[in-house]
Design a protein around this ligand. Structure first.
Ligand SMILES: *Cc1c(COP(=O)(O)O)cnc(C)c1O
Length: 463
């Protein structure tokens, strides 16, 4: 066989730079031949590539680990599954089976939870936009609604007028917990007095009873003590409301934001080192509760963890479809999945594993997706050996947010499968086809045609 000429490349050897296996990074490989005992080969031949794969065992293990961390430290703990992190029915059903209620941030998510069988009383409704219709529906079905802004007060008071009795709601706070940039766009600011102004406004109206406080300080929060500051401020504010206005605060909803083991771009330390165990978070949070709550007072503690619970349970299998040398000498690959499926690759650097042993020296490579879009890069700078067409790359952890933020741009979305506890593989979202893309479109009668007729088209340059 004739050998194809390839321009030689120079790689700076960094002598003495060992990875944790004691070998040079230029020869280290991460190989994965299966997920939960089901081979990558079998998964791809049965369900195609690209393919999202979820591990039920990992999901349940993570859930139980986190729930135990809180439940063994505080008497009234409830998890509210953050639907926007992943609202596939099968995923939500597992969360609900484990005991979680639903946390939704839009009417669409609210409807999705209801259709799945979740009762209104088991739904926390957050978010900056709740239409008057959605509010009225959620409140009348007994959902826990957390107020986001002043204008919503009027919408909720209108519901109270219609009912002829006060409506119970929680209010969402934002505050300085030492996390920067501070998330100040949702809820009412505590430190500036805005939240207190809203409470005064609500109390003077006499139509709304505040029975809960909510706050979500951000996402991927690496510092557990930020939550301790959050809890302290929430508890103090709760007692101000009780003492000054006679409201009874029945729940403290401290949001989510606990970091999964994904690696934020620009992060220096590997996630295994940078991320504290969930027990540390639970310890700080419950310690703050016990220090600031009055004796015998145990309001319900809601947590709305998203990424911590699901990220590690998700994998994306992709295939190399082409290999290319870039003019600057770097090796690049085209994969069959891009930012259309891995939307979060703009911020996170994933672990990439190969489905087979490969000979040759590792080189820094760029992995492009299939989109005709310059920014469709899902990895840059990872050290990879020369990959043949057809090599599978397994990206992880990708369980959080990708399957909700993915986009349909020029490609069909692929199968999503769930590997069950007993090793069974179920499709939980079918690969799309043209009907999914076309079914909402309407072609006006006058624009329909059988075959393309170009006879009357002007010849020559058209301008
Ligand atoms: C997105 C969101 C969550 C989940 O956040 P994670 O960082 O994934 O844990 C929880 N609560 C609210 C209000 C959210 O918007």
């Amino acid at each position: 066989m004739k050998k194809i000429y390839e321009k030689p490349v120079f790689i700076k050897l960094e002598s003495g730079f060992m990875n944790k296996f004691g070998s040079s990074p230029y020869y280290a490989r991460k190989i994965r031949k299966d997920i939960d005992g089901v081979s990558i080969d079998q998964l791809v031949s049965q369900f195609g590539s690209p393919l999202f794969v979820y591990s039920e065992a990992t999901l349940r293990r993570r859930y139980r680990e986190m729930f135990t961390a809180f439940n063994t430290r505080y008497p009234h703990v409830t998890f509210g599954w953050s639907y926007k992190t992943n609202y596939l029915q099968a995923i939500c059903a597992i969360m609900h089976q484990e005991g979680s209620i639903a946390e939704v941030v839009s009417e669409m998510e609210y409807d999705k939870a209801r259709r799945l069988g979740v009762e209104g009383k088991d739904i926390i409704f957050n978010g900056p936009f709740k239409s008057p219709f959605a509010l009225q529906k959620a409140l009348s079905e007994g959902a826990m609604v957390n107020l986001d802004h002043f204008d919503e007060i009027y919408d909720i008071e209108r519901v109270a007028d219609a009912w002829g009795k006060p409506v119970k709601i929680g209010i969402r706070l934002n505050m300085d917990t030492g996390i920067h940039p501070q998330w100040s766009r949702f809820g009412l600011n505590l430190d500036s007095g805005q939240a207190m102004d809203a409470v005064k406004r609500i109390a003077s109206g006499g139509k709304i009873a505040i029975n809960g406080l909510h706050c979500h300080i951000g996402t991927y929060i690496l510092d557990p003590s930020a939550y301790a500051r959050e809890v302290e401020k929430m508890v103090c504010f709760a007692y101000e409301l009780e003492d000054q206005f006679g409201f009874k605060i029945e729940y403290l909803d401290i949001g989510g934001g606990f970091p999964s083991k994904s690696r934020l771009k620009g992060m220096y330390l590997p996630p295994e080192v940078a991320i504290s165990p969930i027990d540390d978070y639970a310890e700080r949070i419950t310690d703050a509760l016990y220090r600031h709550l009055r004796p015998g007072d145990f309001p319900r503690l809601f947590l709305e963890s998203g990424r911590w619970l699901i990220d590690e349970a998700g994998y994306l299998i992709t295939s190399v479809v082409a290999t290319k040398r870039l003019p600057d000498g770097r090796r690049s690959y085209v994969a069959d999945a891009g930012v259309n499926l891995l939307y979060t690759s703009y911020w996170y650097k994933y672990t990439i594993e190969l489905d087979r042993e490969i000979q040759g020296v590792n080189e820094p490579a760029v992995i492009y997706g299939p989109l005709c879009m310059n920014i469709d890069i899902i990895d840059e700078g990872s050290l990879l050996p020369p990959l043949d067409r057809g090599t599978r790359l397994i990206f992880s952890p990708v369980g959080a947010y990708n399957v909700t933020q993915w986009m349909q741009f020029i490609e069909y979305r692929p199968n999503v499968v769930l590997i069950g506890d007993a090793g069974q593989v179920d499709v939980i979202r079918e690969k799309e086809d043209l009907n999914d893309i076309d079914q909402r479109e309407r072609l006006p009668e006058r624009l329909k045609f059988d075959t393309l007729d170009t006879s009357h088209a002007p010849t020559g340059a058209v301008r």
